[in-house]
Design a protein around this ligand. Structure first.
Ligand SMILES: [Zn+2]
Length: 350
């Protein structure tokens, strides 16, 4: 009898908490608890227009709002296809809180197969935050995400991959600032929960974009500046939509939701990641052709040859040597190279 009373009490409490959850209002629509809804936001600037596909999962119980963006760079496919799978994998009937998932932030970049930029105005969305409501189409996308997605979020994840020329190894990252230790630490735990082997610390303590008077530039920096624990995924390379990277992103997001106690996940497997606090950039002094000697994920010692550059007549211009011992996070994986571009990034493993 005591047991039956306890069961009845539990049922009553769970029914109560279901009713306790209110609808989530977004773009003049009310999403009832336990439902997901799709939105196609139309944005126009002068003659240019684009759409912004967003899925909102509103849980049966009260909890945090997790904002997620994919396709800020439209040529970075694994997180975009992972988003398609998350439509089915996240069950709002089992969810506590709300997930706002921007399926493809830069639809024109995706559709027109344009690396890094939005072909409608030639701008890089991930250098355009917080955006401008009266600005170009990219600035309007940034403004919408800043004001309608990030501002509504308690926690934030931006998902990327190696773009068309980028041979990149998978990693998770979190934002850190010496004066924001609590949200930095929360971000670190979220990033570990993604289950990647390597974890990069984006230390923003001395970054100009963290000043109140400066634009945040990056999507997840905009969230972090607003006091939101903020993390990134980089998974996939060379503009490919490979199965390993897609599923790694899906698993990562589900593990994150499990860590946040928002959504159960049976597969959860956490690894203690290697932490990378410093990154060393190598950039090109020439226009020409790059020949890599290494691939992403390889360990290199200081002074090791990473590749070389020639002109268009095959004449040697420069050999690129590693500035630092560490792991190759990124190396240019296709032949074109331009003056000022990043050729390689080495992470110093702590
Ligand atoms: Zn990107």
């Amino acid at each position: 009898m005591q047991k039956i009373r306890l069961i009845l009490l539990t049922i009553c409490l769970s029914v109560y908490s279901t009713y306790g959850q209110t609808s989530f209002r977004f773009q003049q629509r009310n999403i009832k608890p336990g439902n997901k809804e799709h939105f196609l936001i139309q944005l126009t600037s002068g003659q240019k227009s684009t759409s912004l596909p967003i899925t909102i999962f509103h849980g049966i119980k009260d909890g945090p709002v997790l904002g997620i963006t994919a396709g800020v760079h439209g040529y970075e496919y694994p997180p975009i296809i992972a988003g398609q799978r998350l439509i089915q994998a996240i069950n709002p009937q089992k969810l506590k809180g709300t997930v706002i998932l921007v399926q493809v932030a830069n639809v024109a970049g995706f559709s027109q197969r344009t690396p890094f930029l939005n072909p409608l105005d030639g701008k890089n969305l991930n250098r355009s935050f917080p955006g401008n409501k009266q600005g170009t189409i990219t600035e309007k996308i940034a403004n919408f995400i800043s004001t309608k997605v990030i501002k509504r979020s308690d926690l934030f994840l931006d998902m990327h991959a190696g773009d068309a020329p980028e041979d990149l190894m998978p990693y998770a990252a979190y934002y850190h600032h010496d004066s924001k230790s609590a949200i930095s630490e929360q971000g670190k735990k979220m990033a570990i929960a993604l289950g990647f082997d390597h974890l990069i610390v984006f230390n923003t303590t001395s970054k100009k974009y963290m000043k109140a008077t400066e634009p945040s530039l990056y999507c997840s920096a905009e969230a972090f500046k607003k006091g939101i624990p903020s993390i990134d995924i980089e998974c996939g390379k060379l503009g490919k939509a490979d199965e390993f990277s897609i599923q790694k992103v899906v698993d990562g997001v589900l593990q994150l939701l499990n860590h946040l106690k928002m959504h159960p996940d049976k597969k959860t497997r956490l690894v203690p990641p290697l932490i990378i606090k410093q990154r060393f950039y190598h950039s090109s002094e020439f226009n020409g052709i790059f020949y890599p000697n290494k691939s992403s994920g390889e360990y290199v010692s200081k002074g090791m040859k990473l590749g070389h550059i020639t002109d268009f007549f095959g004449r040697h211009l420069k050999t690129i040597y590693a500035k630092q011992a560490g792991i190759l996070l990124l190396i240019l994986g296709t032949p074109p190279v331009n003056k000022g571009e990043t050729i390689a990034v080495i992470g110093k493993v702590n």
